[in-house]
Design a binder for this molecule. Sequence first.
Ligand SMILES: [Zn+2]
Length: 150
Amino acid sequence: MNTYIVTCPSCSSKNRIPADRQHMRPKCAKCGTPFELRDKAQPIELTDHEFQNFLKGATLPVMVDFYSPTCGPCKALAPLIYRLNREYLGRVQIATLNTALHPGTAGHYQIRGVPTLLFFQNGQLTDQVVGAPPEPQLRQKLEQLARRRG
Ligand SMILES: [Zn+2]
């Protein structure tokens, strides 16, 4: 699981934010100032080891980008995934999984090519896209997923 450092705008202390908790309105550990993370949020980098626990514990709908670092279409898609993660912070948790390092989860979901995007609601697979979708299609999928919440 990736984390990143946020400097508190009030007291300048540095706080380590785990990506899987960035949607939970984190506050400065020292002075309690709430952080605005929309321009800092990162997709959650998952491993095979973390995947099922993350999915079970997720309180929002989840989208996972299964990618490989050597795949051209995956690289082309990555900036859009980053941008949409910031936009959907608090509505959908967006994660990535490097299938070259972590092939087990991709095998479990019978993923045959990358990029593949899987969409989950309450831990259940509800939708998927094989290949890099155009931005309007991906937005539509995310809106559907966010609306299904609760
Ligand atoms: Zn502070």
